[in-house]
Design a protein around this ligand. Structure first.
Ligand SMILES: [Zn+2]
Length: 501
């Protein structure tokens, strides 16, 4: 590899070559969904980006353990310490178990991730399945003097943490005084806290609260921020390589995660590299329910949202998301999605021509292919340069198109393959396939509507019969039979049925 993989670290605000703590092992944690509703297209960006990151790390030879959690408890409305549990509220309204709500949306999320080409994480822990670990962590934080109980709830003591020489705000680059002045108005309903900066580690459940567990402090439930600290520690250790999430999670969620981990005597920042993917806008506006431009993943696939003129396939969506660098914003528009569909199909057409790139037997290879080989190898190297530069998939895709243009040129006139060696062509076609399919995860989608193709085939069958072209008739019958379809000549016309053999 000419360039090592460099990653931008939110914590240091700089890009640096990636050095795993315990090569060849790499631990990656991504904050997963809160399963109280259907994910919107903005929610798909993180999983797609970190899917490419883990695929690429594996391609580079690392042994990756990728953990992506499911939040099924503790995430309160408004992402604050007050208010209703997001899942519990839906459960009460529907008169079902909260776990039914969580299970249903988790299943839907998995189906969406699969068609979007996201490989399942190696471990997908659920917050409700790790209450013991969370209670243990809270006790440690209290024992170390960074947490206190108040009326059955437990809060993280931010002033005590800062007094001990730590810096709450280091990740999001915030100063405590500024945070304090901004939070004065929010004191209502937070009288249990010693400081408005403190955040909940454990909340005592009120009588309406459906999800509750016993603890030394009260029957209650863990704070949302705590679950990721506890679960990442369990599966990746007290310090691991990469922690990812959307930019909207940087504060307070990730800030609190670092504080909790440090308060447990881990001198680390939980992860050595913190990566944040940027947000998605729709026609230049922030996505929100009130603006009516809130597009769920199903709506995108079905085209059932008035913001969109038509449906877009999962692979088009994946290509669209990867066409931008993960740290820049992405604006969803019909034009953008249509361009993405075109680009995606172009890459797929490229895959189809790879095997055809063979020098015709009657053409002699040039005695010196050095120049041609160097040019081809440069095009391949450029694709890697993009990925190695902070996983810049936008640049990698642009370079893939340059490589494809070259390969298309060869395909249009196979004799021109004489200017390059067979080895260099093999390298280029292998790299193209590997980068498109294995690293970017862009694969062929089921093509045309099979129902329409079948109808068309039966029309040809009828034509062949009418012109007494019986060998054609037999050929069509045999071809369909091989697909498990039998042709039926009825009085009403030609029909088909599944073969029952
Ligand atoms: Zn998290």
């Amino acid at each position: 590899m000419q360039h090592p993989l460099s990653l931008y670290n939110t914590l240091t605000r700089s890009k640096a070559p990636f050095q795993p703590l315990h090569a060849p092992f790499v631990g990656v944690y991504l904050c997963g969904p809160t399963v109280y509703n259907e994910a919107h297209i903005g929610n798909a960006r993180g999983p797609v980006v970190f899917d490419v990151l883990t695929r690429y790390l594996r391609h580079l030879g690392y042994t990756v353990r990728y953990v992506r959690n499911i939040t099924d408890v503790g995430h309160l409305e408004g992402d604050t310490d007050e208010g209703d549990d997001k899942i519990g509220k839906i459960a009460r309204a529907r008169q079902v178990e909260p776990m039914q709500v969580a299970e249903g949306y988790a299943n839907l999320y998995h189906r969406h991730m699969e068609v979007l080409g996201c490989l399942p994480p190696d471990i997908e822990p659920r917050a409700s399945g790790h209450i013991t670990e969370q209670v243990e962590m809270i006790q440690q934080i209290i024992d170390n003097g960074f947490g206190y109980e108040s009326n059955g709830s437990v809060y993280f003591d931010v002033p005590a943490y800062n007094a001990a020489g730590r810096h709450y705000g280091k990740l999001s680059n915030r100063v405590v005084e500024e945070l304090l002045s901004g939070s004065r108005d929010n004191l209502a309903g937070q009288e249990e806290k010693r400081s408005p900066l403190d955040f909940a580690l454990w909340k005592k459940a009120d009588e309406r609260h459906l999800m509750r567990w016993p603890s030394p402090w009260s029957d209650g439930f863990p704070g949302w921020h705590l679950e990721c600290s506890a679960m990442s520690r369990k599966y990746l250790g007290t310090e691991f390589d990469i922690h990812g999430g959307g930019l909207d999670l940087m504060f307070p969620h990730h800030e609190c995660e670092i504080a909790q981990s440090q308060a447990c005597n881990h001198p680390t920042n939980e992860a050595q590299v913190w990566m944040h993917n940027n947000m998605i806008t729709v026609n230049g506006q922030k996505m929100s329910k009130s603006l009516g431009n809130f597009i769920t993943i199903s709506q995108l696939f079905e085209g059932s949202n008035t913001t969109l003129a038509q449906p877009y396939s999962p692979m088009t969506a994946r290509f669209f998301l990867l066409q931008a660098h993960y740290r820049s914003t992405v604006d969803i528009t019909d034009e953008g999605l249509q361009a993405a569909r075109k680009g995606y199909r172009k890459l797929m057409n490229g895959l189809r021509l790879l095997e055809k790139l063979v020098l015709p037997a009657d053409v002699e290879r040039a005695p010196d292919t050095e120049k041609g080989d160097a040019e081809l190898r440069k095009l391949v190297a450029d694709c890697y340069t993009g990925l190695n530069d902070d996983l810049n998939t936008a640049r990698a895709i642009a370079s893939l198109f340059n490589l494809l243009r070259k390969l298309n040129g060869f395909a249009a006139n196979l004799a021109t393959l004489a200017t390059v060696s067979a080895v260099a062509v093999e390298e280029a076609t292998t790299a193209y396939h590997t980068l498109v399919v294995d690293v970017l995860g862009l694969v062929d989608e089921p093509r045309a509507n099979t129902e329409d193709l079948l109808r068309l085939t039966l029309e040809f069958y009828q034509e062949a019969k009418a012109t007494k072209a019986y060998d054609k008739v037999d050929q069509i019958r045999a071809a369909l039979k091989a697909q498990g379809i039998v042709v039926k000549d009825t009085k009403a016309g030609v029909d088909w049925a599944y073969s029952e053999e």
